[in-house]
Design a protein around this ligand. Sequence first.
Ligand code: SF4
Length: 277
Amino acid sequence: MEKKHLIIPIFVPHLGCPNNCIFCNQKSISGQTKEVTKEDVKQIVDEHLKMFGDQKAYKEIAFFGGSFTGIDVDKQIELLEAAYEYIKAKKINSIRISTRPDYIDKEILKRLKKYKVKTIELGVQSSNDFILEKAKRGHTFEDVKRASKLIRRHGFILGHQMMIGLPESGLPDDMKTAEDLAKLKPKIMRIYPVLVIKGTELEKEYNEGRYRPLNVPQAVEMCKDVYYYLNKKKIKVIRIGLQTTDLICNPKTEGSTVVAGPYHEAFRQLVEDRNVV
Ligand code: SF4
């Protein structure tokens, strides 16, 4: 039986991110505007370890957020050192980070290796350069290929994150992204149907009628095809859709950051239920 995997999520908002992806408002998604410190890491990890008790499980610290390797190098080291203390003390098994494909090079990977980072997830979103440009991602699919190869060659576990329903993207484009990514041999994948988040450029496009988000049934249908394909390719889909813990959140509740789009509390369940063949 596979050992239980417990994640300790630490959200590192990329407050100084020079990019301007149309769907992103890091602060809005996390509800967090303050910079994370080593004290925060310690506090979050200690709280989780206390909560986990003496469960026998694989425990991992996960630095989520926009682009871990794009933040100030001193800050990266501060956070990695704080996490690494728990690895040395054998309280934690590994560390994972998420970042952009154009923020990966040999020097960065060397640093991550030093602190025993095991998994690197790349925000890919699409393999179509036109769609990436429309989303103002600021990188191309060539960057994704290069970074993915480097990550695997340096012995890390590779993860990819892709989006469903970006502007100008339809099911054939999203399927093509899944196929292109499968060729790069990620071990894990996250699938995010696009939500319109408050304070983003996409919200403006939506308000002006230039972007029409998917509804829940459409998004479920599209994610189902991608999910089923990835299953066949033996790529583990570890997440489908944002969760309430990712957002402040449910569009039906007050203070929600979701303006529109296919948000559903049990989105993954809906996709899996549609996945009967
Ligand atoms: S998605 Fe990542 S790269 Fe794009 S604006 Fe947000 S933090 Fe920056």
